[in-house]
Write a protein that binds this ligand. Structure first.
Ligand code: G3P
Ligand code: MG
Length: 263
């Protein structure tokens, strides 16, 4: 990231900068690889993906690493709450075999390892801050601090997002220059106030919560829009035509920037 102007906030009536591609790989490699692994990110890059979304949280000893759930049970051969395990014990777990035996060497990587891979591959990052319950502020702060430092010389800046306002507020305070997006499932009535109070560049939402009028309303408020998780090409094309800026998908083999454009 350069020392240039922060990407945060929007000038009234003008959309904030959005140096991100139209398609984003969900949880690393979508459904083609075990989620939140380096193998997934590499596979996406091989398929031409230019941006990846992944979930980041803290181990008990405050190492930032990739994991979606509060526990390691579903996506590894271990058991237990991530917030109660040191990263050394998390790193010993097999985070690939649950998906396919061919991925048995995959681990839950640190943010440090993921940043190196993204920068080497030329893949932009959407870091979803996914705090374990009760660790929202600390997670937001540490993830943002590390992201700012790891991407110091990388372009574009990593886009931070979270369902947790508390985590995103801590991220804003720790690294105000990093762009932020607030995540929603359903769209609450006060989405304007919430995104404004966190000085967000974008609103991230389940695509099923949107129709054309809602997309127009969010854009008119000066926000970019990232939707998840869109796995059908026709729906992706419709959302793009409405003005959605980026589409997060599991189907990185099917939904590509070229196909979205109808090429
Ligand atoms: O950031 C978009 C999407 O990843 C949010 O849902 O549950 O897959 O993390 P989830
Ligand atoms: Mg996520």
């Amino acid at each position: 990231m350069s020392d240039s102007k922060p990407l945060t906030g929007s000038v009234k009536g003008r959309a904030p900068a959005w140096p991100y591609p139209r398609v984003v790989a969900h949880r690393g490699g979508g459904t083609l690889a075990p989620e939140n692994t380096l193998a997934g990110i590499r596979l996406g890059a091989q398929l031409g993906m230019k941006m990846v979304e992944f979930d980041a949280k803290l181990s008990a000893d405050d190492v930032v690493f990739l994991l979606h759930d509060d526990t390691v049970d579903r996506t590894s051969n271990g058991q237990g709450a991530a917030a109660r395990m040191d990263y050394a014990s998390i790193a010993r777990l097999d985070a690939g075999s649950w998906f396919d035996a061919g991925f048995e060497r995959e681990i839950m990587p640190t943010l440090d390892q993921v940043a190196s891979a993204c920068l080497e591959l030329g893949v932009a990052a959407n870091i979803e801050i996914k705090p374990s319950p009760g660790r929202e502020t600390l997670t937001g702060r540490v993830v943002a601090q590390q992201a700012a430092s790891l991407w110091q010389r990388g372009e574009p800046a990593p886009l931070l997002s979270s369902f947790s306002c508390q985590a995103l507020a801590a991220a804003r305070d720790a690294a105000p220059a990093l762009p932020r997006g607030l995540l929603f499932g359903a769209l609450p009535p006060d989405w304007r106030e919430q995104t404004e109070s966190l000085d967000c560049v974008s609103l991230h939402v389940d695509h099923r919560a949107l129709d054309e009028a809602r997309v127009a309303g969010i854009k008119a408020a000066g926000l970019r829009i990232l939707v998840y998780t869109v796995n059908e090409l026709e729906r992706a094309r419709q959302l793009a035509a409405w003005g959605v800026d980026s589409i997060c998908t599991d189907r990185i083999d099917e939904i590509t920037v070229d196909r979205l454009a109808g090429a």
